[in-house]
Design a binder for this molecule. Structure first.
Ligand SMILES: *Cc1c(COP(=O)(O)O)cnc(C)c1O
Length: 462
């Protein structure tokens, strides 16, 4: 579209609508109390704008829905499988393609085989399911980001990069034979959806070659990353997005993908490999736990939809809308004085709740205060990424807080329009005009693991 236009019009029109319910503030207060002040425990019917995650929450296109009608549900050698395999081989250049029901299944299979006690994995940042699957084998997972990546205000183009010097130092310290793999997460989900540059991927490939280490690309958001490469990295301005993704994936020995992100579907995953031997071992695991090699836990119609989604996601109009609409929310918040992690990443906006509500002590969970305020004021669901999620206790029961108190607003693909996002911005305006909250929450129930999903809270009142 012409560059002079400022309005970010969506490059699609709506053919089928899903009603969402408008509720009153009174109603939401009750709903929130009933949910123990934990947004995960809200019924989605009570949420107006759901920014909990971008995973599996996107809208499929007419071409994907049409593909679903053409799904071939044969147990073995289905046409839909062949369509997916063709598409993924062409994208990755990898000969061995294994379908899985979602990303973590691919991770469990691969890391279960190459991990184990005494092994070490190094990454820009291991996503939490990646870390869990690696640590479950007894291996160690190290995140190696350069220091500047933690500066929330430094305006750098590729804050998702791995620190190559630190990576080499770690390889030498641990011993190259102990490094099971380098995992490059693209974009870097846990670090704000920040992109990884082609130069950084190339550098990591060279390092892996030098020490004979396997390179795994965790590329759930490889298309979003390609957008950033084209617009921020020297030499890519005239390249199409898909060829940029192909160039990066060509550097990997393996590719793991949750299709719930840039696969543009609600469920699905992929594991792709170059090595025949390793792929045979993975296939054995796949058949034991996921399903036969030509469906791996997916219906034929699901595979058809992924095949179409993986092509659509590289459409320039879509990608521009996708990245710009996330930035629109982030820039809008920043211009209203909300401290956001800068620059804005591809799939989500992260707010520094500790800086937004400096009077709330960390052990009263400022991130949860922001998340509950957004829900009460506007029916917006977000997720705390701070001490509720990552906090631990010391021997005396004192909270060891997380490194930062963030709230994530993740944007589902092709779901909300600009007026929904304007509504979110207006909710923030109302919140900023009100007196700043001073007290937070205490936990009244928590399970031993992954407490953020099911914990109950109560407001602290003086
Ligand atoms: C979502 C995600 C995964 C896990 O995929 P699931 O489909 O949720 O199992 C792995 N890595 C990254 C970077 C992700 O964003």
């Amino acid at each position: 579209m012409d560059e002079i236009m400022k309005t970010l019009a969506e490059p699609f029109r709506i053919k089928m609508v899903e009603p969402i319910r408008m509720t009153t503030g009174e109603y939401r207060k009750v709903a929130l109390a009933r949910a123990g002040y934990n947004p995960f425990l809200l019924s989605s019917d009570d949420v107006f704008i759901d920014l909990l995650t971008d995973s599996g929450t996107g809208a499929m296109s007419q071409a994907q829905w049409a593909g679903m009608m053409m799904g071939d549900e044969s147990y073995a050698g289905a046409r839909s499988w062949q369509a997916l395999e063709r598409e993924v081989r062409d994208l990755t250049g990898m000969p061995h393609v294994l379908p899985t029901h979602q990303g973590r299944a691919a991770e469990r299979i691969l890391y279960g085989l190459i991990g184990g006690p005494d092994k070490v994995f190094i990454s820009n940042t291991h996503f939490d399911t990646t870390r869990a699957n690696i640590e479950f084998t007894g291996a160690e997972a190290l995140d190696l980001m350069p220091a500047e990546a933690f500066d929330h205000t430094a305006d750098l183009p590729f804050k998702g990069n791995i620190d190559l010097d630190l990576a080499e130092k770690t390889i030498l310290e641990k011993g190259p034979h102990r490094i099971a793999a380098c995992v490059l997460t693209v974009t870097n989900n846990s670090s704000g959806g920040q992109p990884v540059s082609m130069a950084n991927a190339r550098g990591l490939r060279a390092l892996c070659d030098r020490y004979g280490i396997m390179l795994v690309i965790d590329g759930c958001r490889i298309a979003e990353n390609s957008y950033f490469v084209r617009h921020r990295e020297e030499g890519f301005a005239s390249r199409d997005y898909r060829s940029i993704a192909q160039e990066m994936l060509a550097m990997g020995d393996a590719f793991v993908m949750s299709a719930k992100k840039d696969g543009m579907v609600n469920m699905g995953g992929l594991l792709c490999l170059r090595d025949e031997d390793l792929s045979r071992k993975c296939i054995n695991q796949l058949i034991i736990s996921e399903g036969y090699t030509t469906y791996g836990g997916l219906s034929g119609r699901d595979m058809e939809a992924i095949a179409v989604g993986l092509r659509e996601v590289f459409d320039p109009d879509y990608l521009h809308y996708r990245i710009r609409s996330t930035a629109y929310l982030g820039e809008g918040l920043r211009s209203r004085g909300v401290p956001v992690i800068w620059p804005i990443g591809g799939h989500a906006v992260y707010i520094d709740a500790h800086r937004l509500f400096p009077e709330i002590p960390v052990h009263e969970y400022p991130g949860l205060v922001l998340a509950t305020q957004l829900y009460e004021r506007g029916g917006i669901r977000s997720v705390e990424v701070g001490s509720v999620m990552f906090g631990k206790y010391d021997a005396s029961g004192e909270l060891i807080p997380a490194r930062q108190e963030l709230v994530r607003l993740a944007i589902p693909r092709r779901v909300y329009t600009q007026s929904h996002i304007d509504f979110v911005l207006e909710v923030f305006e109302h919140m900023l005009r009100a007196p700043s909250p001073k007290r937070g929450f205490r936990i009244v129930y928590e399970p031993p693991f992954l407490r953020h999903f099911t914990a109950h809270f109560e407001p602290i009142v003086e």
